[in-house]
Design a protein around this ligand. Structure first.
Ligand SMILES: Cc1ncc(COP(=O)(O)O)c(C=O)c1O
Length: 353
């Protein structure tokens, strides 16, 4: 390929995040929530359309109303909250705020959410990759500690529960995180908090070097609206707000989230169904020949099948109508509706003799 000479050479090999649009298939590849919005929320949102949002005006650049609403939902202060166009945007802002300009790299424990490494690379930030334990996907704490000491790590990126593997941080892992020095930022990505019900929030005040990331794309079913939030030290929040694009959230997205929070109870009332379906899928997968599936605290399951290349299995499964994600040498299956889950299993049974 002929390189355009004005481009940074280190960007030429980067590939865009490969989210595959597969409208014909059961879409169980992106950890979205499978159910429709609660009726009351839908009605209020359509009323908003009818009344009309003044589209000739810019949206609230400071996200005042939304910060208040999120702070009340999360149990934090509004000045601890920064909002992003999806939590993806916040990941990028956090890396800009810490590492850009040769100030150090990020540590990721793989397999994990790939955007951390992709965004770091796009900013010219070194990525230190430490493999997780092959059997349990726990952090290899010795190697993580060694990396922190020897490789100028400035940000430790942890997803809890981790995607794609579904495991939450253990007591030993928390002890390591708590011992990290104040000059290292720890990103605690709680994208799946509503499913796991575990959060670092009660300990945040003791650790000004921790920041929590959450999203409205999962349990709140607003992935198309692109709203994520960070909870952190007010000084960090001020920097995040200063370096982002001024109008990073559309007016309709801000309203959608605010109204969703008014209906939080109804949204969250569907979580037990997803957990129940996850456990049923886990049991069913365990019974299939050659399948090794790991327990999960989120809305997805990670598994591998002996004798199958995961990419081949993904393709074959998709041809039958179920789309899953192939990552980290295994497959990640999002918990769908009961009908989607039943079809996923029926199709998989056809493929595994
Ligand atoms: C762990 C994790 N963090 C962040 C995100 C991005 O979420 P958002 O839609 O808010 O950008 C995802 C999306 O799948 C995720 O799995």
């Amino acid at each position: 390929m002929c390189a355009l000479q004005y481009l940074r050479p280190d960007l030429l090999h980067l590939k865009p995040y490969d989210a595959v649009p597969t409208p014909a298939a059961d879409k169980l590849d992106a950890n979205e929530f499978p159910l429709d919005w609660p009726e009351g929320f839908k009605q209020k949102l359509s009323l908003l359309w009818e009344k009309g949002i003044p589209s000739n005006r810019y949206p609230d650049a400071q996200h005042r109303g939304l910060k208040q609403a999120i702070a009340a939902y999360a149990g934090a202060d509004p000045d601890q909250i920064s909002l992003g166009n999806g939590s993806d945007e916040l990941i990028r802002s956090l890396l800009i705020a810490t590492c850009v300009g040769g100030r150090g790299g990020i540590l990721v424990a793989e397999p994990t959410f790939s955007m951390y490494a992709i965004l770091a690379q796009s900013l010219g930030i070194p990525v230190v990759r430490v493999p997780r334990h092959a059997e349990t996907f726990a952090l290899d704490l010795e190697r993580c500690q060694q990396a922190v000491v020897e490789q100028r790590v400035r940000v430790v990126c942890l997803v809890d529960p981790n995607s794609p593997t579904g495991n939450g941080l253990s007591i030993a892992e928390w002890a390591w995180v708590e011992g990290l020095p104040a000059e290292i930022l720890v990103i605690l990505d709680e994208a799946y908090f509503e499913f796991s019900q575990h959060t670092a929030l009660p300990k945040l005040a003791e650790h000004p070097n921790w920041v929590i990331l959450r999203t409205f794309s999962k349990a709140f079913r607003l992935a198309a609206h692109r709203v994520g939030y960070a909870i952190g030290h007010p000084q960090l929040v001020r920097v995040l707000d200063a370096i982002r694009l001024p109008y990073n959230l559309s007016a309709i997205s801000q309203w959608a989230v605010q109204i969703a929070l008014e209906h939080a109870e109804e949204f969250l009332a569907d979580l037990p169904l997803i957990r129940q379906e996850r456990e049923a899928l886990y049991q069913a997968l365990q019974e299939l020949p050659g399948v090794r599936v790991w327990p999960s605290q989120a809305n997805f399951l990670y598994f591998r099948v002996a004798g199958w290349d995961p990419q081949d299995l993904q393709r074959a499964w998709q041809e039958l109508g179920t789309c899953v994600r192939c990552t980290g040498g295994g497959l990640r299956l999002t918990v769908g509706t009961p009908a989607e889950n039943r079809r996923a299993l029926e199709r998989l049974r056809q493929l595994l003799p």
